[in-house]
Design a protein around this ligand. Structure first.
Ligand SMILES: Nc1ncnc2c1ncn2[C@@H]1O[C@H](COP(=O)(O)OP(=O)(O)OP(=O)(O)O)[C@@H](O)[C@H]1O
Ligand SMILES: [Mg+2]
Length: 384
């Protein structure tokens, strides 16, 4: 592998956001490669960099209007969650006629978590979400490594599975002990660790706040706060439920996933392939991994799961171009058609369904239903 692994899909998403907005914001978890990507993008353009993690750059931005107002070209402001007040300054600045600068802001916490940001920037910002390496970066030959180790570059590129596992254990500790407090959140690291580990065991299940609160011996409000923090820092994903008007009782709570499969495995003590194959979470690990890759690589924001109390369900429903598509995740060698899928197709009016499994062969199971590898599902979805 070259020293910096190229990430063409992501780079063009950021370029696109910068082209159409005075401010582009690139958001992703700690250590996913934000700074590296910004440096690659800025390579030939003589950009100005501010890193708000350093006190020198914080000092340089003590009078932000004056300093930023005088710049031209690309201006990258890294670790922007450290100075949320900046957003209020940027607004009048980018509204001025004759603006010569374009801003690329990098951050590792969602606007909902950093108070005031979303309101002060509405309409002027192009948001791009990123996570670690994607299957489109590493190709099908990198799929198993990506699944086991997750996408954080240091974890993916580590010399061995053991080193990679160790890196993720350290990442989790640093995140809890340093990054969360830096967001101004006073949560004991040990409590958040217990919560995160428990969620790893609930990975891919429907959120049941009161059950988790009971198990941890804290209030339902406290576990809700923990969930929001880990979601806002991009380490958990909440997949919202779809509700269809069909007179059937349907589930209303989100499903919760640990976003990075490598972090999931670190929380579950899965270090090597053999640990993963034998593990009771093998199937839900595949589901979470494939789901995350599909959402990231196709950039689909309208994504839901669907489940009725009668037992019919669909792992993932995507809305693209006004049409509905379904994805099921299976770990079997040769997945077949199920009654539940027939019901989902009828009740939801799905255009097409992919059954995504770790195997290599592709075949049609029924009209509009295809069994295929992950990358094929992604490229077919990207084309609709
Ligand atoms: N495309 C890449 N190819 C190879 N290594 C990478 C790539 N992107 C990031 N890395 C490595 O991963 C580590 C984290 O990258 P980087 O500092 O860019 O992430 P970040 O998201 O800015 O992290 P933080 O939130 O902690 O600032 C670094 O060691 C970097 O060299
Ligand atoms: Mg960085």
């Amino acid at each position: 592998m070259p020293e910096v692994v190229p990430r063409p899909r992501l780079a063009s998403a950021v370029r696109h956001a910068m082209q159409y907005n005075p401010i582009a914001v690139l958001l992703g978890p700690r250590q996913c490669g934000k700074t590296t990507l910004a440096r690659e993008l800025a390579k030939d353009s003589g950009a100005t960099f501010f890193d708000l993690e350093t006190s020198a750059d914080q000092a340089r931005l003590q009078m932000p209007e004056t300093v930023l107002g005088g710049l031209s070209g690309l201006v990258v402001i890294d670790e922007v969650q450290r100075m949320p007040g900046l957003f209020t300054v940027l607004r009048p600045l980018v509204d001025k006629p004759g603006l010569k600068a374009r801003f690329l802001l990098l951050g590792s916490a969602s606007p909902e978590l950093v108070k005031g940001v979303s309101e002060s920037l509405a309409g002027r910002v192009g948001f791009v979400d990123m996570s670690g390496f994607e299957i489109c970066d590493v190709g099908s030959e990198g799929q198993n490594r990506l699944w086991l180790r997750g996408g954080f570059p240091r974890s993916f590129l580590a010399g061995s599975d053991t080193e990679s596992y160790q890196w993720r254990q350290d990442f989790i500790r640093t995140f809890l002990e340093r990054d969360v407090p830096q967001l101004g959140l006073r949560i004991p690291a040990a409590a958040l660790m217990r919560f995160w580990t428990m969620l790893a065991h609930y990975h891919g299940q429907i959120w049941n706040g009161s059950e988790i609160a009971r198990a941890l011996g804290v209030s339902a409000k406290t576990v809700r706060d923990y969930l929001d923090i880990l979601t806002g820092a991009f380490v958990l994903r909440q997949l919202q439920p779809w509700h269809e008007n069909i007179g059937k009782r349907q589930y209303k709570a989100p499903k919760v996933y640990v976003r990075d499969s490598g972090v999931l495995h670190a929380l579950l003590g899965i270090e090597k392939w053999l640990d993963l194959f034998g593990h009771p979470k093998y199937g839900s690990s595949w589901e979470g991994f494939a789901l995350e890759q599909i959402l990231t690589c196709t950039g689909t924001r309208q994504a839901f799961y669907w489940a009725t109390h009668g037992g019919a369900e669909l792992d993932l429903m995507l809305i693209r171009g006004g049409k509905r598509y379904g994805v099921e995740f299976k770990c079997a060698d040769a997945p077949g058609m199920t009654k539940s899928l027939h019901i989902a197709m009828d009740d939801l009016g799905l255009e097409r369904v992919w059954i995504v499994y770790p195997g290599q062969a592709q075949y049609d199971l029924a009209p509009r239903v295809r069994v295929c590898p992950l990358l094929d599902c992604i490229s077919e979805l990207a084309a609709v």
